[in-house]
Design a protein around this ligand. Structure first.
Ligand code: PDD
Length: 279
């Protein structure tokens, strides 16, 4: 059964539990994580929670809950839901206080949803997805997984209206990431992705792919690359908790490789599935 949680109480997803003065609602003043459970087991939960705590610290959000408490809360929720294949969305905000930009002296709010994970359609996986390039209009601190997603939403919607699955963002002449994914190119057998810095989210799936590449001795380079290099790539793929490893076969009007998912991308996805099966 899909479930919600808000400040100490498990609730149904349609229950009205968030007060108007919740700062997540008023300001988007908070941080979040999305964690996937496969067959009842979490995928890289510690890494997700470490990133959440880092994000919280970096927006000066003081939580009394630590990694262990958050971990236990999520496990409790997933057990209650009885869902085996699910996505947990966890949101921490600066609490409930009458609207004022300055930090209030109140406890943080913790919200969570546990929903059945809907796998991407087989067609998307087998055929790969189309993307467009857009200017990265987000703020300078995209390494923080903040609730403020307006530029991401606008770019994703623009992509959708252009018949595309994702927008690939470009800042100062180099590719940063997707609106909700990290972006990789393959050139002459080498996997290339943008280095971790303030302008991109340090994706947990990115980390998993890097580990796989290292274990299999596949060349993996973290370097800045231009939209031109993107268009000339042999293969492109994106990663995220929900998309896992997803081939990109088109960028704007340019077909990538043969227009079908690349070999290395497909084998990385196969390896990713092995990691999931071994959880
Ligand atoms: N998004 N970059 C951005 C901007 C993201 O929002 C995400 C994830 C990623 C990939 O991170 P990870 O591999 O840790 O999921 C990269 C999640 C899935 C979301 O907002 O739904």
């Amino acid at each position: 059964m899909e479930l919600g949680y808000y400040n100490g109480k498990f609730v149904g997803l349609d229950e009205k539990v968030v007060p108007i003065d919740e700062r997540g609602h008023q300001f988007g003043d908070g941080v979040y994580e999305v964690i996937r459970f496969y067959d009842g087991k979490p995928f890289m939960m510690t890494e997700h929670l470490e990133r959440l705590i880092r994000s919280a610290n970096d927006i000066k959000l003081q939580m009394s809950e630590g990694l262990q408490e958050l971990n236990d809360l999520i496990l409790e929720g997933v057990a209650k839901s009885q869902l085996k294949e699910c996505s947990v969305y966890l949101q921490i905000t600066r609490g409930i206080a009458s609207r004022n930009h300055l930090f209030p002296n109140v406890p943080v709010s913790i919200a969570m949803t546990i929903r059945e994970a809907k796998p991407l359609s087989a067609e998307l996986r087998e055929k790969g997805v189309a993307t467009i390039i857009l200017e990265d209009e987000r703020w300078a601190n995209c390494y923080i997984k903040s609730l403020n997603l307006l530029p991401n939403i606008l770019a994703k919607q623009t992509a959708h209206e252009a018949g595309c699955y994702e927008a690939i963002l470009v800042r100062d002449g180099y590719v940063t990431e997707g609106t909700s994914s990290n972006v990789f190119i393959v050139k002459n057998g080498c996997i290339i992705t943008t280095p971790l810095h303030k302008h991109i989210l340090p994706g947990i799936t990115r980390m998993a792919v890097k580990n796989i590449a290292e274990q299999l001795n596949i060349p993996f380079e973290e370097k800045y690359y231009s939209p031109e290099e993107l268009l000339q790539a042999d293969e492109i793929f994106i990663t995220s908790t929900t998309a896992e490893v997803l081939p990109v076969v088109k960028v704007d009007k340019t077909t990538i490789g043969s227009g079908t998912p690349g070999k290395l991308t497909s084998s990385l996805y196969g390896e990713f599935q092995k990691v999931v099966e071994a959880l």
